[in-house]
Structures are given as C-alpha cells and as structure tokens.
Ligand binder design. Sequence first.
Ligand code: NAD
Ligand code: TYD
Length: 339
Amino acid sequence: MKILVTGGAGFIGSNFILYWIKNHPEDEIINFDALTYAGNLENLKSIEDNPNYKFVKGNIAQSNEVGPVMSGVDIVVHFAAESHVDRSILEPSSFILTNIVGTQVLLDAALKNNVKRFHHISTDEVFGELDLNDTNKFNERTNYNPRSPYSATKAGSDHLVRAYHFTYGLPITITNCSNNYGPYQFPEKFIPLAITNVIEGKKIPVYGDGLYIRDWLYVEDHVRAIEKVLERGKVGKTYLIGGMTELYPNIEIAKKIVRLLGKDESFIEFVKDRLGHDRRYDVDWSKTKEELGWEPQHNFDDWLKKTVEWYKENESWWKKVKSGEYKKYYKTQYEDGSR
Ligand code: NAD
Ligand code: TYD
C-alpha cells in the first residue's frame, strides 16, 4: 500500500508516521510537507533512512507540486494545516489558503488519480463551544458552528471533503478529534508552551479566568483511531475521537504542570483572554467505539507526567524550535499588548 501523508513533519503527522512504519512495515509512506514554522524533520530522524519512507517538500495549495506526488497513491491521510487558533486570530489568510484551498487542490488530485481512500483529519472545534455548566457533548449530529478563523477554515475543509464524496464519488472518511498532547507538539500550544516555559524559568500564561475546558487526548490514541478508520471505517462517514473525559480547566492543568516540575504557583500568571475564546469542548466518541472498537487508552494524569518527562529529556528539540520566528510570534502574542 502506498500512503501519502500530508503535514507529516508536524506534531500529529510525525507521530502517525512513526507509528505506521513500526506497525505496518510493508507499506510505503510519502511525507508531503511544506516545512512551515511547524514542520520539523527532526521528529522523523529515526526513520529517515527507511527504504519505505520518503520525504517530499511541497505546498498542498500548489497543484503543480501536489500532482506528481499523488501518482500511484492508494491512501491519502491529510494532516497538513495551519493549526493554531491564536495565529489564526492574528493573521487568518494563510489558514484560508492552506486549510481550504490546499484541501481542494488535494481533493482534485486524489480524484484524478483514483485514490482508494482520502482520509481527512479534522477537529472538534468545528462544532463551536459548549457551556461550562451543562453536560452536553459534541456528537455526529451536532451542527457546525465554528467561531475562530482556524475552526471556520477546518469546517470549510470538512464540507469540501464531504462534497467531493457526494458529488464526485471520492471515497472519503473524516475524523473530528479533540485536543491532542504528547511528544513533538510545537510549543505554541498550551501544554508544551506551559512545560517549556517553566523549565526555562518563565511563567505559564493562562488566558482569561482559566476556566476553559478541553477534552485532552494523548496523541497515540488519536493515531490508533486513524488506523482503525483506515482499516474498518465506512466510506463517506465521519468519526468523532476524544479523550477519557477528565475535564480539567486550564488553570488546573497549569497547576499540575508546575507541580510535576517541582515549582510553585508563582509560575502561573493570568493574562488577557483570547478573542472569541471557546469555553468548553467535550466529545462523545461512543459511536466510534461501537463501530470500530476504538477507545482512548491513555489517562491524562499519567500521560501528562510522561509528556513532561519527554520535554525534560528533549530540551535540544524544543530549544531549537523556540528561536527565530517563534520569538517574534511570542512577543506579538504575549508581550506587545497589541493583540
Ligand atoms: P502542526 O501545526 O503541528 O503541523 C502541521 C504540519 O502541516 C506542519 O508540518 C506544516 O509544515 C505542514 N503544513 C502547513 N501548511 C502546509 C502546506 N500549505 N502544505 C504542506 N504542508 C503544510 O499541526 P498538528 O497539531 O499536527 O495538526 C495536524 C492536523 O490535525 C491538522 O489538520 C489539525 O487541524 C488537526 N487537529 C489537531 C489537533 C491538535 O490538538 N493538535 C486536534 C484535532 C485535529
Ligand atoms: P491551545 O493549545 O491553543 O488549543 P485550542 O485553542 O485549539 O483548544 O489552547 C488550549 C487551551 O489553553 C485553550 O482554552 C486556550 C488556553 N491557552 C492559554 O490559557 N494560554 C496559552 O498561552 C495558550 C496557547 C492557550
């Protein structure tokens, strides 16, 4: 089987490739990635000489770059995206180009090359926000109601993927997954930003009142869910993926992280809130379990601890990343007061 992975140099994409090569050594993987600020080939160093793995640098929004890599591909697993909400608030245009136009360019090429499956990786953020005080969860029937430029572009891409199935018969599947954490996550996202800041002696910036809730999922659980969907998912269907419903507000997570690093709460500071900040996400993945036999296996406390250990042991990985462009972004987002 020849698998084209887009965005395979990013956080979830690289975890997916490492897992796939280990568990399906007979398959051929092409990693197609533009290497934006978020792409890092160091994540894949351990497999770079594997004869069944190949990296091709390219932009999913450029049809002349996508065309050649799509030839002979059986399965597309589409991770490539601009993925950070705060950056989408500062500068939405690249989100529209990559997440919407890029997805359409890939869909056209997949159709032209008769791929057997186009699997699109999406997010629970397309459903909007839940109240803090009720117990509703997102499910397969929840209406789309995206509220940030990021989630609006992911929603647009989901609609396009489904439209290519209904209109042209492209064999697609979609997963809408909750917030991931784990190794190789870019330190702009909350958990790795918090861990690496404390290691560097800086504070954890907690937005607003800190009472925002995400449905955290360890990245390997997400990767296993994608594997199940590729193996057993029904063409045309959307599967929801989420964590073990240990719904900690951000401030609690910040407190857990400082404790794990042997520091006190003076390492936490409340800062200006994110614009349009979604209050709560929570995913009902029971249908996915019923149909595919998948469920999350990594609980939050143990795997947050292991994630903290990973960042402690891999300082050279994130220190390189937290330089150059990252410093400019951090200044605009957290220090200038301009947002
Ligand atoms: P990431 O930002 O870590 O990685 C994105 C990757 O895509 C990078 O390697 C980058 O170089 C590449 N890329 C960006 N624009 C590109 C372009 N125009 N052409 C080719 N490659 C390009 O993202 P992630 O956190 O690994 O997320 C991967 C996917 O999963 C995204 O589609 C995201 O929406 C989705 N998702 C993420 C989460 C999460 O918690 N991180 C949760 C649910 C869904
Ligand atoms: P993030 O990791 O950016 O994921 P998303 O916005 O896609 O859910 O943020 C997770 C939560 O943490 C979210 O409620 C915003 C909050 N947050 C902070 O409080 N401080 C920060 O510096 C960041 C990046 C996020």
